[in-house]
Design a protein around this ligand. Structure first.
Ligand code: HEM
Length: 179
């Protein structure tokens, strides 16, 4: 997993809880003293172990934490990849273009990067269908990212995000509608 995702998980825990919670999570996940940087790709198991421990500590499910993390990380990833973002895009356009712009660039940056395959269909000017496929089973993160993008574009009150399958499978469908 891209170091950026782990760095943002760390910041999420530090800001929502506190630094000592993060230190405890590292220890419980068997990663005492570990540090993460943006340029390194870490084993996915690091993220799973940290999210599982954070879920146990907070009483949330891993899926709920994925969603919250997804929402939280949008402003940072938008900032990091701003060169690829067309300023005329809004939430639904951003979703429509992620696979062939952002995720394509992420794959180019490092041979080990493997963002999920997103098949996105613009059903109408106000509707998008996202079909997520990834062995990582992090569809909750995708749902959170969609919500985060809606907030980023000031459209949170107009955008409805509905997973139409269970969000924790290898294939997850998400229907997004703008009102
Ligand atoms: C600004 C736009 C986006 C950027 C820059 C971005 C970037 C990334 C990066 C760097 C990763 C880590 C990949 C790896 O470690 O191999 C990732 C993973 C992921 N992305 Fe994106 N992403 C964007 C938009 C989206 C959108 C719109 C969705 C879904 C609607 C999405 C869903 C995911 C999910 C679920 C993962 C976790 C890995 C997995 O499930 O396999 N991303 N993305």
């Amino acid at each position: 997993m891209h170091g950026t995702i782990l760095i943002l998980l760390k910041r999420y825990i530090q800001t929502q809880y506190d630094h000592s919670t993060w230190v405890n999570l590292l220890e419980l996940a068997g990663l005492s003293g570990a540090t993460f940087d943006h340029k390194t790709v870490y084993p996915d198991e690091n993220l799973y172990a940290l999210v599982d421990q954070a879920a146990a500590a907070t009483g949330a499910t891993a899926g709920e934490l994925h969603e919250r993390l997804g929402e939280y990380l949008v402003p940072d990833i938008m900032y990091m990849y701003q060169k690829l973002v067309d300023p005329t895009w809004r939430t639904l356009d951003m979703l429509e273009h992620t696979e062939h712009t952002m995720h394509r660039q992420v794959r180019r940056e490092h041979a080990e990067n493997a963002p999920p395959v997103l098949a996105v269909k613009r059903l109408s000017p106000n509707e998008v269908q996202i079909d997520y496929v990834s062995a990582r089973r992090m569809g909750g993160l995708a749902v959170g990212i969609v919500r985060g993008l809606a907030a980023y574009y000031d459209e949170a009150d107009r955008i409805a995000v509905t997973p139409t399958t269970s969000a924790d499978g290898q294939r997850v469908s998400i229907y997004v509608q703008r009102n």
